[in-house]
Ligand binder design. Structure first.
Ligand SMILES: [Zn+2]
Length: 75
């Protein structure tokens, strides 16, 4: 399929598709807000049953390690 010279070479993307893209982006922003940290309420990229920001995640991991270290080894 051969194309003839386009009258508007700068307008490659049709208006309709542009509008659709804009709409889907704004819907994305409204529908998929970043989850909030369950501890401090900061925005986080982590989604899941327990959303935590990186600060609280680190605190939690270090707390786990402390618990593991303090736990008596029973053998
Ligand atoms: Zn947090």
């Amino acid at each position: 399929m051969k194309r003839k010279a386009q009258p508007k070479p700068e307008q490659v993307v049709p208006e309709e598709i542009l509008e659709q893209a804009k709409r889907s982006v704004s819907e994305d922003r409204i529908g998929k807000r970043p989850p909030r940290c369950a501890v401090c309420g900061a925005e986080t990229a982590m989604a899941g049953p327990e959303p935590l920001c990186w600060v609280c995640r680190r605190l939690k991991i270090s707390a786990w390690r402390e618990i593991e270290q303090q736990a008596p080894v029973q053998e």
